[in-house]
Design a protein around this ligand. Structure first.
Ligand SMILES: Nc1nc2c(c(=O)[nH]1)N[C@H]1C(S)=C(S)[C@@H](COP(=O)(O)O)O[C@H]1N2
Ligand SMILES: [Mo]
Length: 414
């Protein structure tokens, strides 16, 4: 297996611009080429929100570049208006460590199941596909730091807008079935997962995450070899990734090649030091608040978004239109999505699109006619089947995890 220096072999536009700029870009490229390149800069609605729209990562279409190595690529939000399944080539990308294999040979790849088991097992991809019962589930994969760029006061970390999430139909095998093949021994407490990526420095801890043994065996946690009917893109974890429906994406270990059953709680850095949240509703604390109990991040909460109206949009007064968007319930299904066009005065239930499974995105829509010209505040709120709703005020914590608030857009009717 090769380990090359970058997943992005082509000359980046930024570097190209920097070089070409020195010798007079417009003269060199002509005005239309200049315009085409200038159009690849996108302004996200946050401080320092300028992002380059790039197309040169393998198996990826146009993505908002936050960092090249290790890659952080955000899904442009308009993609979410096109359907409930996020296309593989527009699905966001997040890695912690810089050494990511740039190619993997499916013939020699092995998935190892070891540790507190009767019989360590090394499975080929072929065995995994042919010898285990296939399992499929639609589920949202959302980074813990999705929407971190909107935290106020601002916090350090990847400055994502709302595009560090995606919904896919995952196909693979149940983790439970694979664990059964190795035979979990009595006394097992957790299962730890790791992939093929490593840090640049030998002292950098490998990325590993663990789940409680009962969670790992719940029949929903799975090992995916396909996403929306295709093999996983390399940067989304080819050939295998863990899928933990309803839980934050940090647990969804990519390029998964190691499963270790533990008879003691995991004490590795990524489980015990990183990805901790305050043990409070919505992981919410006051800036500067001390002495809060911290716990590992876990289940997701409901969220909803507008996908066809943006902040500042101008609508025709007196004319009917359809406002739509997406919602998800977190670790359970969407019960209802509530919409208001008068800043929360009157709420009405949005019509929900087809249910593709409780962990996936659900489309919503409402007919809207703004009769009076002037500013209007549209708001959207999801409620899940456990009765959890998005909060009126945004939550806050120092790591910028689990951003949640009733989303709003201010529009003009004229
Ligand atoms: N092997 C490996 N798996 C990983 C990570 C990683 O750094 N290495 N990052 C996790 C985090 S924090 C996120 S948000 C998701 C991102 O998944 P995606 O890149 O497919 O969107 O992968 C998770 N799985
Ligand atoms: Mo993440």
């Amino acid at each position: 297996m090769q380990r090359s220096t970058s997943l992005r072999p082509q000359l980046s536009r930024r570097r190209f611009l920097a070089r070409a700029g020195g010798i007079g870009l417009t003269g060199l490229l002509g005005a239309s080429a200049w315009e085409a390149m200038a159009a690849t800069l996108v302004e996200l609605p946050m401080v320092n929100g300028q992002r380059e729209l790039v197309t040169d990562f393998p198996q990826k279409g146009a993505m908002l570049l936050q960092r090249t190595r290790p890659p952080l690529l955000e899904t442009p939000f308009e993609v979410f208006d096109q359907g409930v399944f996020t296309p593989n080539d527009r699905f966001y990308v997040r890695w912690h460590l810089a050494n990511i294999p740039t190619s993997i040979d499916p013939a020699t790849f092995r998935l190892n199941i070891r540790g507190h088991v009767q019989q360590p097992v090394a499975l080929t991809l072929d065995e995994l596909v042919r010898e285990f019962k296939p399992f499929e589930i639609a589920a949202v994969n959302q980074c813990s730091g999705n929407s971190r760029g909107f935290f106020s006061p601002r916090v350090a970390g990847g400055q994502w807008a709302n595009g560090a999430m995606g919904n896919a139909l995952w196909k693979g095998v149940r983790l439970k079935d694979v664990l059964d093949r190795a035979g979990v021994k009595a006394g097992a407490v957790q299962v730890r997962f790791s992939g093929l990526d490593t840090g640049l420095l030998p002292q950098t801890p490998n990325f590993m995450k663990s789940l409680a043994i009962d969670h790992a065996r719940d029949g929903e946690v799975m090992i995916a070899y396909a996403m929306n009917g295709e093999p996983l893109p390399l940067v989304n974890g080819f050939p295998l990734r863990l899928v933990v429906p309803g839980w934050y994406a940090t647990y969804w270990v990519k390029m998964l090649d190691n499963i270790e059953v533990l008879d003691k709680p995991d004490d590795n850095f990524w489980t015990t030091k990183a990805y901790l949240i305050p043990d409070t509703p919505f992981a919410n604390v006051q800036p500067g608040q001390q002495g809060v109990k911290m716990i590992p991040i876990n289940r997701m909460l409901p969220r909803s978004f507008f996908t066809n109206v943006r902040e500042g949009a101008v609508l025709k007064a007196g004319q009917g239109t359809t406002v739509r968007g997406i919602a998800f319930g977190g670790d359970t299904g969407v019960a209802k999505v509530l919409f208001t066009s008068d800043a929360g005065g009157r709420w009405q239930e949005a019509r929900l699109g087809p249910d593709q499974g409780k962990y996936g995105f659900r489309q919503w829509e409402v007919p809207l006619r703004l009769s009076s010209p002037g500013p209007h505040k549209l708001m959207i709120k999801a409620v899940n089947t456990a009765g959890n709703a998005q909060p009126d005020h945004p939550n806050w914590n120092g790591a910028g995890f689990m951003r949640n608030v009733i989303e709003s857009v201010s529009v003009q009717a004229s």
